[in-house]
Design a protein around this ligand. Structure first.
Ligand code: NDP
Length: 271
């Protein structure tokens, strides 16, 4: 039988770990597929996707900066992709392009199952209002937290984001500088860590049992993780989210759920 083609599209894309992750999932589940990096020029998302589909491609992961274009391109959307207004997974089937967003379920699975920390009835703070933040709001609310507060450097963007979810009474918006409560879970969905910066928040958001989760990951703990630890919190990086969102995309494409723990451990070793 023919080998099905998948890829991750983004710009830049050289450093993506998705090919490594999906190759391991495929070997583990004995699925006959190939998964590559698909570079696209900043103004060439559509043409690159069309070329990939014409050559028989079955699905794509979509990363920075194309998640909004992928949302616009999809002919069908899952509920969580529609809520996010962003797509990180495309599945091609005949003329149909299904758009999904697996970032949020990846985050929730990593917190609840891998870290063993329930979100239900907890107070959760989400820092950031960009693509990563919008992708995780609906799946976080699905866990029934006591409340979910969104705070962003540019406050107007947090307000815009909350407006997308206006029917959600547990969702609140707060100015970064006005955060005063202690939260059970603090999630950093800003790009501040990329510049080794910490969002300007009071350390009072962290208590002794607080989980401080940075969506970023790397060999060393991020600036946000170090800051949170200094103030007593338990810190975790986003490598687990990366592996879990990949597993959810793999499941959407292949109908088989790969086992993630060993893949996570191998990736951690190789960082
Ligand atoms: P966007 O560019 O869409 O959004 C960036 C966000 O970060 C904005 O809210 C911006 O605030 C804020 N920000 C940037 N710099 C700073 C700073 N110095 N201080 C405070 N806030 C800042 O990026 P994404 O949402 O796509 O990505 C955010 C992060 O999440 C990235 O580090 C990315 O790598 C990570 N990520 C990880 C995933 C995983 O699987 N682990 C999946 C997806 C993303 P403002 O509005 O004021 O500009």
């Amino acid at each position: 039988t023919e080998t099905d083609q998948y890829a991750v599209i983004g710009n830049p894309i050289e450093h993506s770990k998705s090919p490594e992750i999906h190759a391991r999932f495929a070997a583990q589940t004995q699925q006959n597929l190939q998964y590559d990096r698909l570079p696209a020029p900043l103004d060439g998302f559509l043409a690159t996707v069309q070329g990939f589909v014409r050559s028989g491609g079955k699905g794509l992961n979509v990363t920075v900066p194309f998640k909004l274009e992928a949302y616009a391109l999809a002919t069908t959307l899952t509920e969580r992709a529609r809520a996010a207004g962003a797509v990180n997974t495309l599945k091609f089937d005949g003329g149909n392009m299904l758009g999904d967003n697996t970032d949020g379920v990846g985050l929730v699975t990593d917190i609840v199952r891998n870290a063993g920390i329930a979100i239900a009835n907890k107070s959760v703070l989400l820092l950031g209002a960009g693509g990563a933040a919008r992708g995780v709001i609906l799946p976080l609310l699905g866990e029934q937290p006591a409340r979910l507060v969104v705070a962003n450097r540019t406050h107007a963007k947090a307000l815009d984001l909350a407006r997308r979810f206006s029917a959600q009474p547990r969702l609140k918006v707060c100015e970064l500088a006005e955060l005063e409560d202690t939260f059970d879970i603090v999630i950093n969905a800003t790009a501040a860590s990329l510049a080794s910066e910490v969002p300007p928040i009071s350390p009072r958001v962290f208590g002794a049992q607080t989980l401080a989760y940075d969506m970023m990951y790397g060999k060393e703990p991020t600036a946000f993780m170090r800051f949170a630890k200094q103030h007593g919190a338990i810190a975790r990086d986003g490598l687990g989210m990366l592996v879990e969102q990949a597993a959810e995309s793999f499941y959407l494409w292949r109908g088989v759920r790969p086992e993630t723990a060993a893949v996570f451990a191998e990736l951690r070793e190789r960082l």
